[in-house]
Design a protein around this ligand. Structure first.
Ligand SMILES: Cc1cc2nc3c(=O)[nH]c(=O)nc-3n(C[C@H](O)[C@H](O)[C@H](O)COP(=O)(O)OP(=O)(O)OC[C@H]3O[C@@H](n4cnc5c(N)ncnc54)[C@H](O)[C@@H]3O)c2cc1C
Length: 505
C-alpha cells in the first residue's frame, strides 16, 4: 500500500467572513489533530458587505455553540423572516419570499395545490396570507418559535435568519477561533510557493519574508482568489449570459423607523436595490448591469432613494457572476468569494461558505488527498450553485415589465434547460420537485413563481376530492389561524429591545 502522509497543518488565507467562519468551524470540530493558522491583511481589508443571511446560518452558529442573544447583541443584528420583492413581475407588484411553511399540507398534497384551485375559483386570499412568516413580516412583527404553543400551531415553528454587520460577525468569530487555538498572522502575502513536481501549494510568503507552510490551504482571499486562481489557474465559469448584474454600489444610511423583519429588494431600471435594517443603521445597495447604467448614475440613483441621512461614502464593487471550475484543486479549497459569486439577490453567499465548510468537514482529508473525494466535493458544490443560479435567473426571467432594456433582455433571454422544464411543469400543474442537495426547497420556488405572476393552469387531481365548500373552509380556516397567530406576536422592535439590544458600539 502507498505510504500516506499525515495532513496536519491547515493554512487559511484571508480573514473576511469566509476565513473566520472556516477557522471557527475547524477549531470547534477538528480538535488538536490539526494546527490551524489564518493569515490576513488589514491593509487589504475585507469586502465589507454581506449583511443578509438565510435560516441555515442558525445551524452553523448552533454547531459552534454560539448563544443567539449574545451573538445578535454583538453584530447589531435584526431578524429576517424573508425577502420582500417590490416591482418584480410588474411595476407596483409586491410579494414576500418567506422562510418556513405555507398553509397546511393534507396527506401527500402541498397546501399550494389547494390554493391554486381556490385562486382559480376566486376564493383565495393572496398567497402571502397563508404563511406566518410573510403575514407577520408585512406587519413588522417577529418572535422565534414558542415552546408554549401547541405543536401544530404555526407559532411553534417559525423559521428566520438574521441581518447583521458582517465585519462584526467576522470579529466575533475571530475571538471564538483564537480562544480555541487558531493562530493568526497579520501580513500581506507576496508569494505563493508551489511544489516543483506536484504543483500543489507548499507555503505562502509574506512581504516581510515570513514563510508559512501547510498541508491543506483554504483560500478565503476574496475575489482575487490568490491561491485557487492566481497560483493554480483553476479557471472560472462565467454566468453573465444569464445574470447580467456585474456591479454594485453600497451605502449605509441612518435608520428611520423600526427595523423591518425582512430584507427589501426593489427592482430598478438597470438592476435592483437592497435595503437591510440593522439595529444601528440601514444597509443599502444598488446591484446593476454595467451595460445598462454607468457607475455615476447608479450612485446618484442610490443616493436619492435612501430613506435616511447617508452614512459615509458610497463603495463601488465589481464582480463577474460565476464560479470556479473546481472549488477544490490540488491541496487548495476555495471558500467565499474566492470560490465564486453569483449575486446577492437571495442572500446565498454566506450560506455557500457554510455549505463548503460542512462538505469539507464531511470528507476531511486525514492522510493524502484522494482525487475521487475531491471530485465528489466539487460535483456537490457545483450542483448546489447551479440550482441557486437557476433560482436567481427565475427572478429576472419571470418578469412582465418591459419598461427598460435590461428587463426586456431578461424576459427574452434563453434560460438553462433545467429551469425551462421547472417553469413548464409548474405552469402546467403547480408541481415542483425538490432534488437532493438543492438549497431552495419547493416552497421557495412556489412563492417566487406565484409572486411573479406565473400562475399554474392546473393542479393535482386529488384536490378535486374535496368539495368547493370544504375548499372554502380549508383556505379560510388556514388564513384565520395565521391571522390569530400574527395577532399575538410582538413588534420586531419590541422583541429586540426586550431580548437582544445591541451592545454599545
Ligand atoms: C455587493 C455585494 C453584496 C453582498 N451581499 C451579501 C448578502 O447580503 N448576503 C450574503 O450572504 N453575502 C453577500 N455578499 C457576499 C459576501 O460579502 C461574501 O460572501 C462574504 O463577505 C465573504 O467574503 P470573503 O471572506 O470571501 O472575502 P473578503 O471579505 O474579501 O475577505 C478576503 C480576505 O482575504 C485577505 N487577503 C486578500 N489578499 C491577501 C493577501 N495578499 N495577503 C493577505 N491577506 C489577503 C483580505 O485581507 C481579507 O481578510 C455580497 C457580496 C457583494 C459583492
Amino acid at each position: 500500500m502507498k505510504e500516506r502522509q499525515a495532513i496536519q497543518r491547515i493554512v487559511i488565507v484571508g480573514g473576511g467572513t469566509a476565513g473566520w467562519m472556516a477557522a471557527a468551524a475547524f477549531a470547534k470540530v477538528l480538535g488538536p489533530r490539526y494546527a490551524v493558522h489564518l493569515v490576513e491583511s488589514e491593509e487589504i481589508g475585507t469586502i465589507g458587505v454581506g449583511e443578509a443571511t438565510v435560516p441555515h446560518l442558525r445551524r452553523f452558529n448552533d454547531l459552534l455553540g454560539i448563544d443567539e442573544v449574545e451573538f445578535v447583541r454583538h453584530v447589531q443584528g435584526t431578524f429576517k423572516l424573508g425577502i420582500q420583492f417590490r416591482d418584480w413581475g410588474r411595476i407596483g407588484d409586491s410579494y414576500i419570499h418567506g422562510f418556513g411553511k405555507l398553509g397546511h399540507d393534507i396527506g401527500p398534497l402541498a397546501f399550494h395545490q389547494f390554493w391554486i384551485k381556490a385562486q382559480l375559483k376566486g376564493i383565495a386570499r393572496p398567497l402571502n396570507d397563508y404563511s406566518i412568516n410573510t403575514a407577520a413580516a408585512v406587519l413588522g412583527k417577529f418572535m422565534p418559535s414558542s415552546s408554549d404553543a401547541p405543536a401544530n400551531s404555526p407559532l411553534a415553528d417559525i423559521h428566520y435568519a438574521y441581518h447583521f454587520d458582517a465585519g462584526l460577525y467576522a470579529r466575533y468569530l475571530r475571538g471564538y477561533a483564537e480562544q480555541r487555538g487558531v493562530r493568526r498572522t497579520e501580513g500581506k502575502i507576496a508569494h505563493v510557493h508551489l511544489h516543483p513536481e506536484r504543483g500543489d501549494v507548499t507555503a505562502v510568503q509574506l512581504e516581510n519574508g515570513t514563510r508559512i507552510e501547510g498541508d491543506l490551504f483554504v483560500d478565503c482571499s476574496g475575489f482575487r482568489g490568490l491561491l485557487i486562481e492566481q497560483a493554480l489557474h483553476t479557471g472560472y465559469e462565467d454566468y453573465t449570459r444569464w445574470l447580467f448584474c456585474d456591479r454594485a454600489v453600497a451605502m449605509g444610511c441612518a435608520r428611520v423607523g423600526p427595523p423591518t423583519p425582512y430584507t427589501r429588494v426593489s427592482a430598478r431600471a438597470a438592476g435592483w436595490q437592497w435595503r437591510i435594517p440593522l439595529q444601528n443603521r440601514t444597509g443599502n445597495g444598488y446591484v446593476y448591469s454595467s451595460r445598462h447604467i454607468s457607475d455615476d448614475e447608479a450612485v446618484a440613483k442610490l443616493r436619492v432613494s435612501l430613506d435616511g441621512a447617508p452614512l459615509g461614502e458610497p463603495r463601488l464593487l465589481r464582480f463577474t457572476p460565476g464560479r470556479r471550475r473546481k472549488f477544490w484543486n490540488r491541496n487548495v479549497v476555495a471558500l467565499g468569494l474566492a470560490s465564486g459569486f453569483l449575486e446577492p439577490l437571495e442572500s446565498t453567499s454566506i450560506f455557500l461558505i457554510q455549505s463548503g465548510i460542512a462538505r469539507l468537514l464531511a470528507v476531511m482529508p486525514w492522510n493524502d488527498f484522494s482525487p475521487v473525494v475531491q471530485d465528489e466535493y466539487n460535483a456537490q458544490l457545483a450542483f448546489e450553485i447551479e440550482r441557486i443560479r437557476d433560482f436567481l435567473i427565475l427572478h429576472y426571467h419571470a418578469i412582465q415589465r418591459d419598461d427598460t432594456p435590461l428587463w426586456r433582455e431578461c424576459a427574452r433571454m434563453e434560460i438553462p434547460q433545467h429551469l425551462t422544464h421547472r417553469i413548464r411543469l409548474f405552469m402546467d400543474s403547480g408541481l415542483i420537485f425538490y432534488e437532493c442537495n438543492e438549497m431552495f426547497a419547493e416552497l421557495s420556488w412556489v412563492q417566487v413563481m406565484i409572486g411573479q405572476n406565473l400562475m399554474p393552469r392546473g393542479y393535482h387531481p386529488l384536490v378535486d376530492q374535496i368539495s368547493d365548500a370544504e375548499l372554502t373552509q380549508l383556505v379560510g380556516g388556514v388564513a384565520q389561524v395565521i391571522d390569530s397567530c400574527v395577532e399575538v406576536m410582538p413588534p420586531h422592535q419590541t422583541f429586540i429591545d426586550r431580548r437582544c439590544p445591541a451592545l454599545p458600539g
